[in-house]
Design a protein around this ligand. Structure first.
Ligand SMILES: NC(=O)c1ccc[n+]([C@@H]2O[C@H](COP(=O)([O-])OP(=O)(O)OC[C@H]3O[C@@H](n4cnc5c(N)ncnc54)[C@H](OP(=O)(O)O)[C@@H]3O)[C@@H](O)[C@H]2O)c1
Length: 332
């Protein structure tokens, strides 16, 4: 049985607020697979905001390899379903070589698209946007939609699906370049930089009739402004609240406008992507069609090398990514 040298990222101390590089370390070790392991050379790995709260609440263990979704090539296997040379997706990223049991692997078949798309627009963040907007958000054609963190992996897909459905779409993001990207490249009707403008005023300008669906990625001041402008029977699918993830208990700032939910009979509902497993096939069909038709565009911010993984994770909270934040670990 072969052994492999692999570098991996460990959490070595728990962050207080925004994580810093010193909370992590890179460890080199020799990996010895078990007989039934499929050994994967990871090529790309996903870095996600949801990884942040477990750094503080204890779910991510100290001095053990961290984990995230990854795509790689099988380099050793006795399993005919996952032969050597096959591309696979799994959840043991944050290391260069992963030893994975077959029931934890998904085969990746690319239909002309790049491998990386299976970690975002054709992967978890794409399905999050699709299910969150169409199922939880019950989007109707032609509605008024607001999405926060709109230039990120989930938000950019949400906005474009809403445009495909004939909606008026407004997005918020954290830089003027991202504002330009949302309007010029992704076809948003209005976008604004929440760091330099009033969220409430921008929503009045962009959606003068009010909001039918607010796709919530940020929480705090965003939710406060949006909730106060919801239309009758409006929906708020709650996907994430990244503005609070660096706080203890992932608590976001207070919201003062909830009474609008009463008079306008607004529904606010949290969801997790796993709820939409039954939509996977339809999602892939729709998304591949939209990409082929030029209606669904995507961006990626790809950092190079496992040593960049902590910076990539910290960068999510500094808005360093446009589209999906990824780390490349090996050449394709
Ligand atoms: N429910 C689920 O199953 C599920 C699944 C996936 C993701 N999510 C959630 O969806 C949201 C987006 O995730 P993603 O993977 O697509 O990440 P992303 O949007 O690609 O990256 C995070 C973005 O959030 C913005 N941001 C960071 N701190 C912020 C703050 N304090 N206030 C406002 N914006 C801030 C940054 O962009 P700016 O430059 O615009 O600030 C950053 O680029 C997150 O809340 C995540 O937890 C939920």
């Amino acid at each position: 049985m072969s052994s492999y040298s692999s570098r991996e990222i460990h959490l070595t101390s728990r962050p207080d607020g925004l994580p810093v590089a010193e909370n992590f370390s890179m460890v080199e070790r020799t990996v010895v697979p078990e007989a039934d392991d499929v050994v994967v050379q990871n090529i790309y790995m996903s870095v996600d905001p949801a990884m942040r709260p477990p750094l503080t609440n204890g779910a991510t263990k100290l001095d053990e390899p961290m984990a995230s979704s990854a795509i790689g090539k099988v380099i050793q296997s006795s399993n005919s379903e996952f032969p050597e040379g096959a591309y696979v997706r799994h959840r043991l990223g944050f290391r260069e070589i992963s030893c994975v049991k077959a029931d934890q692997l998904e085969p990746i078949t690319t239909d002309g698209e790049s491998l990386t798309t299976h970690l975002h627009v054709l992967g978890m963040t794409g399905l999050t946007a699709y299910g969150g907007l169409l199922v939880t958000g019950a989007l109707q054609d032609g509605e008024n939609v607001f999405v926060s963190a709109a230039a990120g992996a989930v938000g950019s897909v949400v906005g474009q699906i809403a445009k495909i459905k004939g909606c008026r779409v407004v997005g918020s993001c954290g830089s003027d370049d991202k504002v330009k990207h949302l309007i010029d490249d992704l076809g948003f009707d209005h976008a604004f930089n929440y760091k330099t403008s009033s969220i409430s005023k921008e929503l009045h300008v962009g959606l003068p009739k009010g909001i039918d669906v607010y796709f919530e990625n940020v929480g705090g001041a965003h939710l406060d402004a949006a909730c106060g402008q919801m239309r009758p029977l409006g929906r708020i699918p709650v996907c994430g609240m990244i503005s609070g993830y660096n706080n203890k208990g992932a608590r976001s700032e207070g919201v003062t406008t909830l009474s609008n939910m009463i008079y306008n009979r607004v529904t606010m509902k949290g969801f997790v992507v796993y709820e939409f497993a039954d939509k996977q096939e339809q999602f892939l069909r729709d998304m591949r069609t939209w990409i082929a038709d030029g209606k669904m565009k995507y961006s990626e911010t790809i950092m190079q090398g496992i040593e960049q993984a902590p910076e990539a994770l910290i960068g999510l909270f500094e808005g360093k990514n446009t589209g999906k934040m990824l780390v490349q670990l090996a050449q394709e």
